[in-house]
Design a binder for this molecule. Structure first.
Ligand SMILES: NC(=O)c1ccc(NCc2cccc(O)c2)nc1
Length: 254
């Protein structure tokens, strides 16, 4: 294995609620990656960077209006501490509804950004001057507002971790994951062979691996065409894919 393939993916999370992360860092694929040292995660809590008796971490917005913002001094000190501790190339990411929409392509881009410092906002967000001076990239996980950036940060960490080489047992599952090839995933089946009268598609029991591969590809193409034509329009289909999709469409007319 070349050095780069064994590179540790580091995450630093700037958050008022580090305890929110213990579940996703101890369970499943990400939990195993942490245990195996393939990823490393540490936390910087702005509350630990306060200097007042009440450990204040929020502040009122200029111009009035409802809600609060994250207080500048504890937040900036926490971000700067994370940047100072990063001993390699690092990128400061802010999760917010105003960011670039995250998709598979964006996740792949993020795997090339070195040590990821993820800033999870609370309240109504953070001072724009902090974004201008300390945030390198602003990302959104979707067009909705959550009570904090922590769940988006966990989501981003999970998606990036899955693309770290050797995190996933059988490499292929990442490659074949839907979106990796730009298509939605095909249907999946497991025991029993008949479930409430519904049988598993016969091709999957045939043992003919090329037929199975073609069936799965056709199902992915058909589903993408039916549910997410926007994804399909981005793709240059191979001859095989075009033939399979045409046959899928024709089968709907019969
Ligand atoms: N779609 C997202 O990635 C996302 C991210 C954060 C968030 N909540 C914290 C927050 C942060 C900044 C502004 C703001 O209005 C709310 N909610 C949704």
């Amino acid at each position: 294995m070349t050095k780069s393939e064994n590179k540790v993916q580091r995450f630093s999370i700037v958050t008022l609620f580090p305890d929110m992360f213990s579940g996703c860092l101890s369970q499943g694929v990400v939990g195993r990656a942490v245990k195996n040292g393939l990823i490393e995660v540490d936390f910087y809590n702005p509350r630990e960077f306060t200097h007042d008796k009440h450990r204040t971490v929020d502040d009122r917005p200029y111009g009035g209006g409802p809600g609060m913002l994250m207080m500048v001094q504890p937040l900036t000190d926490a971000i700067c501490a994370a940047k100072a501790a990063a001993d390699e190339k690092h990128t400061v990411v802010y999760l917010s509804p105003q960011g670039r929409q995250l998709n598979h392509e964006g996740v792949a881009d993020l795997t090339q950004k070195g040590h990821l410092i993820l800033v999870a906002g609370r309240y109504e967000g953070i001072d724009e001057r902090v974004i201008d001076s300390l945030i390198d990239e602003e990302w959104s996980v979707g067009d909705y507002v959550l009570s904090g950036g922590e769940i988006p940060a966990m989501l981003m960490m999970d998606a990036v971790t899955r693309l770290v080489p050797s995190v996933l047992g059988h490499e292929l599952s990442a490659v074949e994951d839907s979106f990796a090839n730009g298509l939605l995933d095909c249907p999946h089946y497991t025991r029993p062979e008949v479930l409430n009268g519904a049988s598993v598609p016969a091709v999957l029991l045939s043992g003919n691996h090329n037929k199975i591969r073609q069936w799965r590809l056709q199902q992915s193409l058909g589903r993408t065409w039916q549910r997410r034509p926007d994804l399909l329009n981005k793709l240059a289909l191979t001859e095989e894919q075009r033939v399979l999709l045409d046959a899928f469409k024709a089968s709907l007319d019969s």
